[in-house]
Write a protein that binds this ligand. Sequence first.
Ligand SMILES: [Fe+2]
Length: 185
Amino acid sequence: MTLKPVESVIELLSQHGNSQYGGEAVTQAEHALQSGLIARKKGYPPTLIAACLVHDIGHLLHHLPDDAPDQGIDDFHEELGAGWLGQNFLPETVEPVRLHVAAKRYLCSKEQGYLEGLSGPSLLSLELQGGPMSVSEMTDFENNPYFESAIALRRIDEEAKIPGLATPSPSDFKMELAASLKSKV
Ligand SMILES: [Fe+2]
């Protein structure tokens, strides 16, 4: 089995993950590792644990500043990340990553209090990402086969911002990442 894509993910998180997570109190790597850990604790399948771990990897693939949203710039990290991951990883991992911003827009329309509970940076990026979904956008989204897993990922995304929480290292997720590869030979 070629583990090169798995190693690339681990390297990105290890080498470039110490940048600030868009104005939050944790770094990109802390946010990613907390996301993977929470998904594990919830007993999610390996492909979704891997999705949680890598959902923001798009932020590590560009050279825009950490405070891009403050400057009115949407980095489209969900598409960037999904495009990069899609070369080697299964849709069960890639699609929730692609949809995690849509899931935020959906929950802002669907659930009372969700929008009010967003952090400042998340609220700021929401504006750039199109704001809460319209009714027809919500219906389309609910019909997406990866709707449930995108919502599950999004809820973990909101949770995984705990300053100082102890987490495993990126390489500790090797097994889940390997299980999420398209090619296992
Ligand atoms: Fe995130």
